[in-house]
Design a protein around this ligand. Structure first.
Ligand code: HEC
Ligand code: HEC
Length: 288
């Protein structure tokens, strides 16, 4: 599988995953927005696989017939005709587009017979030049439309792997480590907990021996690798003991926020919603 195919799959998966979250909730969407905006910034670069192997091979044939007399078979030039690879290439074309290169070559080369080849032959030759400058091939041919070519930028350096890893990490589903409730909400939850739960689970959340502890090892054991939605639903369906589902969804979300806070998960900028679809996307993981 080519890097480009892989990138495309990852990107599609990321967008699908994000779309689900966005459709489910504005609150979670806010968490993910910076990454989503970046994924749309899809400006192609010569590092994305802008031509095919086959096209570059065709381009090599055309280059040998039309260009190699002056620029030589090794593309290093004859002293008058310049080199078309290496530092000379970078110096001339870095940060310009493949469209700029296509237009310049077509307008002036072969010397003495400019624009004498078909647009497709020029696109093939440009593909060959990209290949000889170590830019990767991909799944789609380099087109001849200038508008499309102008969108492909000749970056000298490949995209930083660190940036890709970061984008991947941001694309992952949210967890309780992402700040999924606010400090204010946890404070409201504390009040509700004291009124509705503390009689049995006690003010320190360690339980009375019959009602279990809601923090520490007992919390991890019961909730690790489940979702906040699972916890919300279980509490609402059974608690307060004797009066299940007697509080508002908002009050349950506030109490869950308080329980998360007491288990040392960080607060964030957006409140924990009471929408189960959204809560189901937030995973409880004991490790960050
Ligand atoms: C008859 C000799 C000759 C042939 C054939 C020839 N070139 Fe050139 N080429 C030159 C010379 C001389 C220059 C430098 C002067 C100039 O830019 O016109 C040059 C310049 C260039 C440049 C730099 C242009 C720029 O804007 O900086 C490129 C790229 C290039 N040639 C590509 C090609 C390609 C691709 C072909 C084949 C389609 C080709 N040349 C065929 C002689 C030739
Ligand atoms: C009248 C006593 C009592 C009150 C009030 C009470 N609980 Fe419980 N709770 C229990 C007992 C007993 C259990 C263990 C048996 C069970 O799971 O039903 C329990 C179990 C739990 C569990 C574990 C459930 C599971 O699926 O593992 C959670 C979480 C919980 N309570 C949270 C709360 C919260 C939050 C409140 C306040 C909204 C609350 N409880 C109010 C007695 C109480």
């Amino acid at each position: 599988m080519t890097t480009r195919t892989l990138n495309r799959i990852l990107r599609t998966r990321t967008i699908t995953r994000r779309f689900r979250a966005v459709a489910a909730s504005a609150a979670v969407a806010i968490l993910l927005l910076p990454a989503a905006a970046r994924a749309q910034d899809d400006a192609t670069s010569v590092w994305d696989g802008a031509y095919t192997e086959e096209q570059a091979t065709r381009g090599e044939g055309a280059y040998e017939r039309e260009c190699a007399t002056c620029h030589l078979a090794d593309l290093l030039g004859d002293g008058i005709a310049p080199a078309l690879v290496g530092p000379a290439f970078d110096f001339r074309w870095s940060d310009l587009s493949v469209g700029d290169m296509f237009v310049a070559i077509r307008a002036t080369m072969p010397q003495g017979a400019p624009a004498s080849l078909s647009p497709r032959a020029y696109a093939d030759i440009v593909s060959y030049l990209l290949q000889r400058n170590d830019f990767p091939a991909g799944d789609n041919e380099l087109p001849t439309e200038e508008a499309a070519l102008n969108a492909v930028i000749i970056h000298r350096e490949p995209p930083a792997p660190a940036a890709e890893a970061e984008a991947e990490a941001e694309a992952a589903d949210p967890t309780v480590w992402d700040g999924v409730f606010t400090a204010e909400q946890a404070t409201r939850g504390e009040g509700a907990y004291e009124r509705e739960c503390a009689t049995c689970h006690l003010a320190d959340l360690l339980g009375d021996g019959i009602a279990p502890a809601l923090t520490g090892a007992a919390f991890d054991f019961r909730w690790s690798d489940l979702s906040v939605g699972d916890m919300f639903v279980a509490i609402r369906a059974t608690m307060p003991q004797g009066a299940p589902a007697s509080l508002s969804p908002q009050a349950y979300a506030d109490i869950v926020s308080y329980v998360l806070q007491r288990n040392d998960f960080p607060a964030g900028d957006a409140e924990l919603p009471s929408d189960e679809a959204v809560l189901n996307t937030i995973m409880i993981t004991s490790e960050q």
